[in-house]
Design a protein around this ligand. Structure first.
Ligand code: GRF
Length: 223
């Protein structure tokens, strides 16, 4: 597919979601290509994964920008725009992006979170919190990032994972990851095929049209 949407991926950790996305993008009919990876951590395993897939990766720790998140996010925005990126995926990115960054990619930043939002949003302990609350079902959510709403953006899709009596955080996290590896590429596909339609804060998924639109569909127009 020649008109594949250039995607930028932000990472901080081991990069298993990046791996899943790169694997999906290796299929000839996938409507996206990974144009850039940026990590805010030097030691992130995701960097090695990017290298394995032959994807350009940059390390942009905030310490190199005078510990100024706004300055780093501006540089990151410029790098992604310079690479032609149209869709950004936060795949285990552990910082809150500035509004200025979000404004550069309106309705075009996907984030994956390891819970069924709005449950257990707003932190880095969603898996532990689910166990502590004794919920019987948790999962993962892919959402659009919106200014002022960390973990509160419109939901693209969710996949459920049962909590088992014998689960600890590690075992539950692993099973949630397996669902994320399906959800993230699927959400990217939906976005790139223009099948995500916005109705206020609710996103509807249109059936396949066989046309790669690479943006939200017309009816989505944000209020
Ligand atoms: C995922 O569980 C994601 O939901 C959370 O961070 C984790 C990243 O995992 N935001 P990985 O680095 O993709 O393996």
């Amino acid at each position: 597919m020649s008109d594949r949407v250039p995607v930028g991926v932000l990472v901080s950790g081991r990069g298993s979601n990046l791996d899943a996305l790169c694997a999906a993008a290796a299929a000839p009919d996938f409507p996206a290509r990974i144009a850039a990876v940026v990590s805010n951590r030097r030691g992130a395993g995701a960097l090695e994964i990017a290298g394995r897939w032959g994807v350009t990766a940059a390390v942009m720790p905030v310490s190199e920008y005078g510990h100024d998140d706004a300055a780093r996010d501006r540089a990151m925005r410029d790098r992604l725009l310079g690479a032609g990126v149209r869709l950004v995926v936060c795949a285990g990115y552990n910082r809150i992006l500035t509004d200025e960054f979000l404004a550069a990619f309106p309705d075009a930043i996907l984030n994956v979170h390891p819970s069924l939002l709005p449950a257990f949003g707003g932190g880095m302990h969603a898996v532990e919190d689910a166990l502590e609350h004794g919920v019987k079902l948790t999962g993962c959510t892919v959402q659009l990032l919106e200014p002022g709403l960390p973990d509160g953006g419109a939901i693209v899709l969710q996949r459920a994972v049962p909590c088992l009596d014998e689960d600890d955080a590690e075992s539950l996290r692993e099973r949630i990851h397996v669902e994320e590896w399906i959800a993230v590429p699927e959400a990217v596909r939906l976005w790139c095929e223009g099948r995500i339609r916005r109705e206020g804060r609710v996103l509807r998924i249109d059936p396949p049209r066989g046309v790669a639109g690479g943006r939200l569909s017309q009816a989505e127009s944000c209020p």
